[in-house]
Design a protein around this ligand. Structure first.
Ligand code: DQQ
Length: 545
């Protein structure tokens, strides 16, 4: 990572250069992981986007492969948009994706590998039956062909039919349109969508999958039964936020029934309360995990993206399981990322006095993995939670790391400059609510860069822990221009993009801070410097156009 481009990551996925957005068609085939991604050979998005492709044996070190899909036919001549892979019987992968056709309508197409014995599946063929699913143009109330995209991974029910959902809208109603097929080629739309909600606008990149109850294993997409719940995740185009609900799959009616309310009433749960979009999960049958990938956009201006020659990252792949409460998901960075750890620095139990700052030295703070546990010795003097403070994101922006409190803010200053002109703070603040303590977790970007043009909005969420009995555990993956934070053992995640001007490469520092008046205790802290992953280093077979 050189000084000319201090924002390039050392272990977060990115192509050698140019634009990347959504992860597409992640899968494992004969022991090799495949990640495709929306790619354009300039640092800016264009509608005529193509599918970049990389392969890996551990989802951390990546080898670039040739472009897998690009516009070529009347049904995708204006762009190869997002889609998903399904492994068909006989171990045959198939990818459904959205084509922007010659009328600028959105249609769903299929591609299959040209040569199943090529371990890297470099070449994909568009079959003559394409397009397989088309909308009805002119915004009729059937399918709005101008907003009909992102087919999910398909699943099969005991009736032998495949199902797939495609994101769409009817007026302002967001929908997961459901299609069924016997042969994966001829698809028909069902009478009802799998799910829909008022006032959402188009649902992009819908993901629908089972999660086991009381088991930390992933479930294959077609698993049904009493031992699973179902998750529906939607990317809301209008807000560029993602929400998920947990519920039940009524297979007789072929509808999804969220457990409580639907996202039309509640601003549902989020995988990530920071920057994270167009995510997609897949089942890894080699390790029995469900693995989640998500796109992390820039927070810089387009001019800056053009200057640095690239835009967009993928978050570290996360395992995803149902929490024991059954009410939310737990995400955790894949254990494979730990193979990059080196030079561990540890700090055993230590009290961090109110108003103090402790530097963690001996680490490469610009690319590090942090694990820290806080315990609050006493809950004597706790700030009251004003009942109007219901929006954690707003609360985090009003009460940033520099605003002194009582129990907190305490946490970590990442990517900090020597004189603290710059830092990205990840921290907790504890309040006293009407009948319980309320813990707020924030990622505060306001001081992340002296560059005035980057977006520095703060992120936040309320964390479901009891500070009297539980420790507050925080994991942070820092990588030059990304800070990925996992609070509450993976129930509250938030990812930020930051662009320090002073705290770059070897000049970045790491601190533990407590800007409250009350003492807090670190019960354990481990920090590792992270080695560089093998990240799509250009090879002869890489073609960037
Ligand atoms: N990005 C793709 C679309 C998808 C959107 C186009 C989500 O298929 O709806 O690049 O970021």
């Amino acid at each position: 990572n050189d000084d000319d481009d201090p924002y390039r990551t050392s272990y977060h996925f990115q192509p050698p250069q140019n634009w990347m957005n959504d992860p597409n068609g992640p899968m494992i085939y004969n022991g090799i992981y495949h990640l495709f991604y929306q790619y354009y050979p300039e640092p800016v998005w264009h509608t005529e986007i193509v599918w970049g492709h990389s392969t890996s044996t551990d989802l951390i070190n990546w080898t670039p492969q040739p472009i897998a899909l690009s516009p070529s036919e009347p049904y995708d001549i204006n762009g190869c948009w997002s889609g998903s892979a399904t492994i068909l019987p006989g171990n045959k992968p198939a990818i459904l994706y959205t084509g922007i056709d010659n009328q600028n309508n959105q249609v769903q197409n299929i591609v299959v590998p040209k040569n199943l014995s090529d371990p890297y599946l470099k070449e994909w063929v568009k079959i003559p039956q394409n397009p397989l699913m088309v909308g009805t143009p002119n915004n009729s109330n059937i399918i709005d062909a101008s907003a009909f995209r992102d087919p999910s991974t398909a699943w099969k029910l005991p009736d032998g039919k495949w199902r797939v959902i495609v994101g769409t809208q009817q007026g302002k109603r967001g929908l997961a349109a459901l299609f069924t097929s016997e042969d994966f080629i001829n698809w028909s739309i069902t009478e009802h969508p799998l799910h829909s909600a008022e006032d959402n606008g188009i649902w992009e990149c819908p993901d629908y999958f089972p999660v086991y109850i009381g088991k930390s294993l992933g479930a294959d997409t077609s698993v049904i039964g009493r031992n699973v719940k179902h998750v529906l995740k939607l990317s809301i185009f209008d807000t560029q936020y993602e929400y998920y609900t947990i519920g039940r799959y009524d297979i007789d009616k072929d509808i999804y029934v969220p457990d409580e309310g639907s996202i039309e009433n509640v601003m549902g749960l989020r995988y990530d309360y920071g920057k994270y979009y167009a995510s997609k999960s897949f089942f890894d049958d080699k390790t029995n995990r469900r693995i989640l990938l998500g796109w992390v956009n820039e927070s810089s201006t387009q001019t800056e993206d053009i200057k640095k020659g690239w835009s967009g990252l993928q978050a570290i792949p996360r395992t995803i399981v149902l929490d024991k409460s059954g009410k939310q998901l737990v995400q955790w960075p894949l254990t494979e990322v730990e193979t990059l750890r080196e030079n561990q620095v540890e700090l055993l139990s230590q009290v961090i006095r109110g108003g103090s700052l402790v530097e963690i030295s001996g680490v490469t703070a610009s690319q590090a993995d942090v694990e820290i546990s806080f315990k609050v010795p006493e809950l004597k003097d706790v700030e009251e939670l004003d009942p109007t403070w219901t929006n954690p994101k707003i609360l985090c922006s009003r009460k940033g790391a520099s605003i002194e409190g009582k129990l907190g803010p305490f946490g970590v200053l990442t990517l900090a400059s020597n004189g603290l002109e710059e830092y990205t703070a990840v921290f907790f603040r504890i309040f006293k609510g009407s009948n319980k303590y309320v813990v707020l977790m924030c990622s505060d970007q306001t001081r992340s860069s002296l560059n005035p043009t980057t977006d520095k909005l703060s992120f936040g969420t309320f964390v479901n822990v009891d500070p009297v009995n539980d420790a507050l555990f925080l994991r942070i993956l820092i990588d030059h221009s990304i800070v990925e934070s996992f609070g509450d053992n993976g129930k509250s995640c938030m990812t930020a993009r930051v662009y320090p001007t002073l705290a770059t490469n070897d000049k970045a520092k790491l601190y533990v801070f407590n800007n409250g008046t009350e003492d807090v205790k670190i019960t354990k802290l481990s920090v590792w410097s992270m080695k560089n992953a093998q990240m799509n280093l250009p090879t002869d077979n890489y073609s960037s156009n």
